[in-house]
Structure formats: C-alpha cells, structure tokens
Design a protein around this ligand. Structure first.
Ligand SMILES: [Fe+2]
Length: 555
C-alpha cells in the first residue's frame, strides 16, 4: 500500500421548548430608542435583501419594538437573525437565538420568554398563531418552535418578540400534501462556506432567487484557518468547547447575506466534517484522540450546531454525542428528498497513516475491499434502502455530504483512492448502487458537496465501466467560498474518470435545481474565486436528468 501526498481536499436534548398557543395579537406601538444606529443600518441592509417583504412590514421593523415591555434590552438580542427548516405538510421549524451583549449581561442567567408570531401575509396584517416559549443559558438562549397547524404547500411569515425587542421577519414554507400532484420543486443546493476564504455572495443570490428550499449539505462552519487564503478572519482559535463552537456559529450567523438567505427560505440540511473537525470519522479524529475525549468535543459541536439551526431534533437526551440528522421529506407526489449523515456512523478511514489520521490518497489499500465497511452505518443504510426501494414518488433525490462518483487516478502502481470520500468506501457505494439496480429504482439523483467543485456524473455499480448500466445521476455543487483543487490534478481526475461529464473547481457558488415531473435541471450558478461581496453570478453549465432515462445529460 502506497500513500501519495497529493494536495487533495478538500476539503441536548431536544430543545423545542414548551409550546403554548395563544390568541394572536396585533403588532403594538414601537419604541425607537432601543435600536441603535448600527442596528438600523444592519437591518436596512438585511431588509434590502428581502424583496419579498412588504414595504409596510419593513417600515414597521425599522422603527423598533414595543414600549414598556419586559425585559428591556439595551442591545438588540436578535442580531443572529431568524431561520426556518425541516418543513412538513402541516408544520415547519422556526428558529432564532438571543445573543446577549454586555450591557444586558444581567439577563444571561434568567429564563426568558420569547413569543413567536406567524402571519399569513408579507405585510403582517393577518396574524395566525402565537407560541410562547422559554429559553435559557442551557440551550444557548436558542429558540426552536415547531409551528404546527399550518396548511400544506404555502408560505408563511414569522418573527419573534422578547420584551421590547423584535426580530427581523422570516418567510417559511410548508411542504405540499404527500398525495398532491406537484408541478415543481426549486432548490438552491449549497455547501462549504469557509468564512475566511470569501464572502457569502451565493447566499445573497439565493435570497433573491425564487426557491422553495435551500438544501445545504455540509461544512456550514469551519473550525480551522488557512493563512494563505484569508479575506476576513475568524474570531478566536480552533473551537473545542461548547462556548467556542457557539461563538464560531454566531460569527457566521452575523453575516448579512447568510441571514438574508435563512430569512428568505426554508432550509433542509445535513452536515459534513467541519461542523466538528476536519476528517473526523465517527469517534475518531485525525490526531487519534482518545474516543471518549473526542466524543465530548463532538457533543459540544453537535449541541452548538443544533442551537443555531432550524432543526426538529437536538442531541440525544441520553447520549449527547449522538444526534440524528438524517431524514426523508416527501414533496407531494413529485419527489422524496433524503438527507443522509455520512460522518456520525461511518467506519474509520481505511489504511490510516499512523502519524496523521484522516483522509489521504492511497494506492494498494486492501482494506478498501472489505465489504463490511460502511459510510452510513448499518442502521441508517437499512432505513435508507427500505425507503428508497419502496418510494412511489417520481424523483428520488438523495442529499449527502460528498461526491459519490469515483475520482481516482490510474498510477503505475494501481488506481488511487481518496480515503475520506466515497472512493474510500467503495464496497458501501457499490452496495448502495446495486440496491438501486436490483430493485429497479428509477429516477435516482445524488446531490452532494464537500469537494469544492461542480460535478455532473453518471453512477454505475462499477464506476467508469461502460459495460455496466448507468443506474443514476449525480450533481455535486461547488463551494460557497472554500477554495477548490488545482486544475492540474482536476484534469487528471477528468481524464481517468469517463463517468465524470463535468468537473470544475475554479469557481464558487451554488446549484439551482429545478425539479419537474419530466426532468430535473441542475444549473451551476457561479462567480470567480475568491467569492467577492459583490460577486456576479452566471451559469457555468446546465445538466438534465430526464424521467425514465438513468444518468445526466448536457442541457
Ligand atoms: Fe468543505
């Protein structure tokens, strides 16, 4: 077994507070004294990115919050914005987190009541329901409301109120009824947003795009820095403790473009490695840290992740180092959308370098042939196969963290494999694709991220063997900001992998997915690297998968 040092890569509880529906109240008189000039400027910037919010509602928000309410905030606690996620046909998760600044430090130890208001219209004239929830320091003052009793397949508007403070308005969407014939699903697919390596122009662009959902497939935060690629700086060092992960998430959430994208669209999410630490696999990190110690770090990272995301479930109440994120969401009769977890349950990478663990490029690693190794873990794999082979919906959209198609390179000593990606779990990949082939599952599209390049590829049980049939297609989205592979290595990958029809790592952006009954179109929307704050987006290429025809085709 030979290791080649090629420059790869890439790259507690359920805190849903008690929900008490109450009678809706009309918005009250506003007191402008709380909101500082900086707050007004920040909100004005965010509001400029929300063209869907009516002028009346925008004016109301810029004025400020209710007079005489308690607690009386000195500094706006809603500076991390609002978000919605994990839609179902009758409900959606609404999120915010109170960020308590020094002048309000006396409130940190208190349990605080937050009111979540849901409206039927963008002008906030038609209040529907309110939920009153308690939050406190144990949950990082995060708020998760499962807003239920909603109608399927329609938008709602929401905001939060705490004392004399009032949040920006968000727009949320419920999914269509499971048996509804739906004509369309439009999603923005994104991943890999290293804060230091660029600006979140892709989020500004998605915020202004007509989408049903944002589908984010991992590397939402980065724990580490690379001084060679630094347009702006992380605050603090590499996070290991809960408060450090909280601060890292909070810094990302203060970005106006990211806030606007969360406020504009309902998100569906999974994670990859950098939400904890680069290349971790299950209970192992690259430093071979004692698993019990590492799992404490993973628990801290998972809790901070939950506290900052619109998710239904947080860390397991019994074992805080475990948190279920994999899920399945029907979108009417049009599609089933799976979000898979490729980190928490996987086997350790094969042929680890004893001096530095994690992924590496290897040749001649016999352990790759071990059919017992798994990327998803046995339980998730069974759950996924069961749903996949029994789905009666038109499209089977499978969102997972990384690239499924092979990107190995032939060398004089054999074919290379990058052990952190699916090439490091080739038997698990073949098992998945064989399941699709043997069950005759049609219209399977893998959606991934992580590798910082746009990829359109065919998926076969035997990669790149054109004597075996194509059983599905793949679209991998480039990164929002994180730098990509050099062109020299990428050219080798293209040359050695005929199943890869498109691979470009030189631009940043997102993928616009337009799902219709007869086809799915993936439009790679990109801006040059590094992503600039005012980056302009264009189409790098469009790829289509047609119903009943396995694999992708150039549009
Ligand atoms: Fe990444």
């Amino acid at each position: 077994m030979l290791s080649l040092r090629l420059p790869r890569k890439k790259c507690p509880v359920n805190m849903s507070a008690e929900l008490v529906p109450t009678r809706p109240e009309r918005p009250t008189a506003m007191n402008p004294s709380l909101v500082s000039r900086r707050d007004v400027q920040r909100r004005a910037l965010a509001l400029a990115l929300m063209p869907w919010l009516s002028a009346g509602a925008q004016a109301q928000l810029l004025q400020g919050p209710a007079l005489g309410a308690v607690p009386r905030w000195q500094v706006d606690p809603f500076s991390l914005g609002v978000a919605s996620g994990q839609p179902q046909s009758g409900s959606v998760v609404l999120w915010t987190r109170l960020r308590i600044s020094e002048p309000d430090a006396g409130l940190k130890a208190q349990s605080l009541e937050v009111v979540c208001e849901v409206f039927a219209d963008a002008s906030l004239r038609q209040p529907l329901r309110q939920w009153r929830v308690q939050t406190d320091a144990n949950r990082g003052h995060s708020v998760h409301v499962v807003a239920h009793g909603l109608k399927p397949g329609r938008p709602y508007w929401y905001r939060f109120v705490c004392g004399n403070a009032i949040s920006p308005v968000g727009r949320a969407r419920t999914s269509p009824a499971a048996d509804e014939a739906v004509a369309r699903l439009r999603m923005g697919l994104a991943s890999c947003q290293h804060y230091e390596q660029g600006f979140f122009a892709a989020h500004r662009e998605m915020a202004q795009t007509d989408l049903d959902l944002v589908l984010f497939v991992g590397d939402y935060i980065y724990e580490s820095s690379n001084p060679k690629f630094m347009l702006r700086k992380h605050e603090g060092g590499v996070p290991k403790l809960l408060d450090e992960y909280r601060e890292r998430h909070a810094q990302y959430k203060t970005d106006a473009d990211l806030q606007a994208c969360h406020a504009a669209h309902t998100w569906v999410m999974t994670w990859d490695d950098h939400e904890v630490v680069n290349d971790y696999a299950n209970d192992l990190d690259r430093n071979f840290t004692d698993p019990q110690t590492f799992l404490r770090r993973r628990a801290a990272a998972y809790q901070a992740y939950f506290e900052h995301m619109p998710l239904r479930l947080g860390p397991d109440p019994v074992n805080a180092s475990q948190m279920r994120i994999h899920d399945r969401m029907p979108w009417g009769k049009l599609a089933d959308l799976w979000t898979l977890d490729c980190r928490q349950y996987r086997d350790h990478q094969a042929c680890l370098d004893p001096n530095r663990g994690g992924g590496r490029v290897v040749v001649g690693c016999d352990a790759l042939n071990d059919s017992s190794r798994s990327m998803l873990g046995a339980a998730q794999e069974q759950w996924f196969y069961e749903g996949l082979t029994h789905s009666a919906r038109r499209w089977k959209l499978v969102a997972q963290s990384t690239q499924m198609s092979s990107s190995g390179v032939n060398t004089p000593l054999g074919r290379s494999a990058f052990t952190d990606g699916w090439d490091g779990y080739p038997q698990a990949r073949a098992r998945l694709l064989r399941t699709v082939a043997q069950a005759g599952v049609q219209n399977v599209l893998m959606l991934g991220g992580d590798v910082h390049m746009n990829v359109a590829a065919q998926l076969r049980v035997q990669s790149n063997d054109d004597r075996t049939p194509v059983v599905g297609g793949e679209n991998v989205t480039t990164s929002v900001t994180s730098r990509g592979l050099g062109e020299k290595l990428l050219a080798q990958i293209r040359d050695n992998n005929p199943d890869i029809l498109h691979a470009r790592s030189d631009e940043r952006g997102f993928t616009l997915l337009d799902v219709r009954p007869d086809r799915v179109t993936a439009d790679f929307r990109t801006t040059p690297n590094p992503a600039q704050a005012n980056g302009v987006f264009r189409s790098q290429g469009q790829w289509v998968i047609r119903s009943g025809v396995p694999g992708v085709q150039k549009a």
